[in-house]
Design a protein around this ligand. Structure first.
Ligand code: ATP
Length: 251
């Protein structure tokens, strides 16, 4: 497998506070990888480091074999790193179509934007139906699809999705993840950052757990799903165990 993105011992934070403390991970060409972490673990900070919005204080990161340390964030988009940010951040007063076209503003994508728009609308037929509607009038699930579609308009080699399930009803989470799996079939590498381990591990080939600023566990999606750490911290195993012990005591 060929490495696309590699982070090696990355440290980063805000002012004096350390959020990432030796983070190492890798996303290979064509892979779907998830980065799981609790609230405030530093998942969004990791995406900001990869995009170039937060500068690491130590460590290295490479993309397609080249160090990103001196590459400004706008050139990272031109290398093919595109982010669908936490909270979607769509422009509410602009139409769906206008929001999508903004995603193709970079040099890499501008010339092909009409063709890419057709491709994105075929992945998200719902966005095609709503193309002329203002983005702010769409449901949370539709806005999430729009945020992913806008990132795809940049013709990513690496698509990063920050908490795509956040705040969505279970049915909408399924719809969003169906779109993620269609995107993966296009051969685009995907890094999903999530608290919702259940859906992220169902979509991913491999995953990492971020805790205390570094990787606490990693493995294939099946290995992580079976691990005690993931079971207890993300899949509610200890709660389920406590509930079943309590239920046995009651009977
Ligand atoms: P969540 O799921 O809540 O978004 P996360 O894992 O994405 O959490 P981050 O958003 O990366 O975590 O935040 C990690 C830590 O950094 C938190 O303690 C947060 O308060 C802090 N933090 C995030 N952004 C900033 C900022 N711009 N300035 C200062 N501290 C920040």
């Amino acid at each position: 497998m060929t490495a696309l993105l590699t982070l090696k011992d990355v440290c980063a934070g805000y002012g004096g506070s350390v959020v990432l403390d030796g983070l190492s991970l890798q996303v290979n060409e064509g892979e779907v990888v998830c980065l799981l972490g609790a609230n405030g673990a530093g998942k969004t900070t990791a995406t900001r480091v990869i995009c170039g919005l937060v500068k690491p204080t130590a460590g290295d990161l490479t993309f397609a074999g080249k160090s990103l340390l001196r590459v400004p964030s706008y050139d990272r988009v031109n290398e093919g790193i595109c982010l669908s940010p936490e909270g979607r951040q769509v422009f509410p007063d602009m139409t769906v179509r206008e929001n999508l076209l903004l995603g193709a503003f970079c040099k890499r994508a501008k010339a092909d934007r009409a063709k890419t728009l057709d491709e994105v609308l075929s992945v998200f037929p719902r966005l095609a139906e709503r193309a002329l509607q203002k983005a702010g009038l769409m449901s949370g699930g539709e806005q999430q699809m729009l945020a992913i579609g806008r990132a795809l308009m940049g013709k990513p080699r690496l698509l990063m999705l920050d908490e795509p399930s956040l705040g969505l009803a279970p049915k909408l989470v399924m719809d969003v993840y169906e779109a993620v799996s269609k995107t993966a079939k296009l051969g685009i590498s995907i890094l999903i950052v999530e608290q919702n381990a259940e859906v992220a591990l169902a979509a991913a080939d491999r995953g990492y757990v971020l805790a205390d600023g570094h990787i606490a566990a990693s493995g294939s999606a099946a290995e992580l799903r079976g691990s005690k750490l993931v079971q207890e911290a993300f899949l509610g195993a200890s709660q389920a165990k406590r509930n079943s012990t309590r239920d046995r005591r009651r009977t």
